[in-house]
Design a protein around this ligand. Structure first.
Ligand SMILES: CC(=O)N[C@H](C=O)[C@@H](O)[C@H](O)[C@H](O)COP(=O)(O)O
Length: 243
């Protein structure tokens, strides 16, 4: 794919070999997203750190995905696993690490990988995604591109993204709205990219996680099915016949 010269990632700001080796460690592995929605009683850094510690003590988990500066700091303190950090600012449009300043704060809080919205939607500060990629690489960290379509993943890797995740499929108006994971997107991205592709979003069962790896995913990132008791209880309650 041919990109304009000004869009090419700068070789002088690419992350070091140590951080890059982290990608190899994630291969074929489970990553757990430890987050709690606004208003949930678990939404506090100490609770999220306890969830992260519990998850990593109980299973071979390769990394943790953590939202918010305070939560990243608390998880860093409690657990020695690599952190994929993000900062959700708002709830509409581009809200996952929406600017280079957010990405810098996430990296400086200690995340090895910074997850950012890499969809084609307008960014809140009007600045290009390239600026965020350069900021993250300048700090020696890796950038995970959260996308909703294959085209967005291809464009993000052309800009220098180190890995891609299907996080936002189903959360943009132009991507398929499905109850389960978008495994077609996983397979499409894996076929089109040299960069690792993570399956993320609505992986509700271990079988779906395994199928995601078989579809070409480098890693599987599971959130609510492991770390959101309210959502898990809700699914059980909804499956029962009306009383
Ligand atoms: C769309 C969005 O904002 N996704 C967020 C990204 O960090 C999280 O709320 C999700 O929990 C995470 O992607 C894992 O997905 P699931 O919880 O479905 O396994």
């Amino acid at each position: 794919m041919t990109e304009p010269v000004s869009e090419a990632p700068s070789r002088t700001t690419m992350p070091g070999a140590r951080v890059r080796a982290l990608l190899a460690e994630l291969r074929g592995q489970l990553v757990v997203s430890c987050q709690a929605p606004p208003g949930d009683p678990l939404r506090s850094p100490s609770h999220i750190a306890a969830i992260a510690a519990s998850v990593s003590a109980g299973a071979p988990v390769a990394a943790l995905r953590v939202q918010g500066i305070e939560d990243i700091l608390a998880v860093r303190e409690a657990v020695s696993l690599p952190v994929i950090g993000l900062w959700k600012d708002g709830a509409e449009g581009v809200y996952i690490t929406p600017t280079a300043a957010h990405a810098r704060a996430v990296a400086e809080a200690g995340a090895e990988i910074v997850a950012v919205d890499a969809t084609s939607r307008p960014r809140p500060d009007g600045r290009p995604l390239r600026e965020t990629v350069e900021t993250v690489h300048g700090l020696g960290k890796l950038l995970m591109a959260d996308v909703s379509t294959a085209e967005e993943g291809v464009a993000a890797v052309a800009l220098g993204a180190d890995l891609v995740s299907t996080t936002l499929s189903g959360y943009t108006p132009y991507s398929p709205q499905r109850p389960g994971p978008d495994l077609e997107l996983v397979a499409d991205l894996a076929a089109r990219l040299d960069a690792p592709v993570c399956a993320e979003g609505r992986l509700h069962t271990p079988e779906q996680a395994r199928t995601a790896l078989e579809s070409g995913a480098w890693s599987v990132i599971v959130g609510g099915a492991i770390t959101a008791p309210a959502a898990i209880a809700g699914r059980f309650a909804a499956a029962l016949p009306p009383v």
